[in-house]
Design a protein around this ligand. Structure first.
Ligand SMILES: Cc1cc2nc3c(=O)[nH]c(=O)nc-3n(C[C@H](O)[C@H](O)[C@H](O)COP(=O)(O)O)c2cc1C
Length: 210
């Protein structure tokens, strides 16, 4: 159990149209580990919602931390990320990439983050502990996982490794729960994220108290 001033928090975004399908099960596996360490969690299902693509209007460079498109969940998701220590992108594999909703999410959140950066501010994804996880029936999950990771690697996020690439194998319902190796990988990944979040927080507190 960590003992820091404010409890740590992880927010996960699920790009599946199924609120409680295979992707959800992988996220839950990670959440079990976070809960055992007193880390708070929040899951936001984005795959069953309409999310517009980026308009490339450039308004986010003036508005700072906000997208001009207000009718979907992007701005509320940005607020959730701002208050989190760790962020997870989770998606089923759709045609060897993340779901369409997840792609729109990455384009919009990523661009707002990018536009917010200046010489005094590194963006809201900087030094947050971030992971991407995927599920597939047969092929393409490594690509979906890599594509989601591109958001982290351009944003100064801290991305832990696990014991395999972060995906599970499943097709219908919640059959990913029979993929023991996939589930063990999620557990390890959550331990890695937890350790990093705690280290980063302790370091911050040490610097503040100097
Ligand atoms: C539009 C669409 C495209 C898909 N493309 C792939 C694919 O490229 N490779 C694959 O192995 N499975 C593919 N699948 C299967 C899903 O990845 C798989 O059923 C997954 O377990 C669904 O997870 P969920 O229950 O979280 O939605 C596809 C499914 C859909 C609906």
């Amino acid at each position: 159990m960590h003992n820091l001033a404010r409890p740590l928090k992880v927010v996960a975004f699920n790009g599946s149209p199924h609120k409680k399908g295979n992707t959800y099960k992988l996220v839950q596996k990670m959440f079990e580990v976070f809960h055992s360490k007193g880390i708070k969690t929040e899951l936001v299902t984005i795959g069953n919602k309409t999310i517009s693509g980026c308009r490339d209007c450039g308004t986010c460079s003036k508005k700072k931390l906000e997208c001009v498109i207000k009718k979907d969940i992007i701005n509320s998701s940005i607020k959730k990320i701002l208050n989190a220590d760790g962020v997870i992108l989770a998606s089923p594999t759709h045609f060897a990439g993340p779901s369409g909703a997840m792609k729109c999410f990455i384009d919009r959140v990523g661009y707002v983050n990018h536009a917010s950066r200046d010489k005094d501010y590194n963006g809201f994804l900087y030094r947050k502990v971030c992971s991407s996880i995927a599920v597939h029936r047969r092929g393409g999950a490594t690509n979906a996982h890599s594509q989601m990771n591109y958001l982290w690697s351009i944003s100064g996020s801290i991305v832990p490794g696990s014991t395999y690439w972060n995906f599970g194998v499943g097709h219908r319902g919640v059959d990913v729960i029979t993929d023991e190796e996939g589930l063990a990988n999620m557990e390890n990944l959550a331990h890695q994220m937890s350790d990093l979040m705690i280290m980063i927080k302790e370091d911050k507190l040490k610097k503040e108290n100097k």
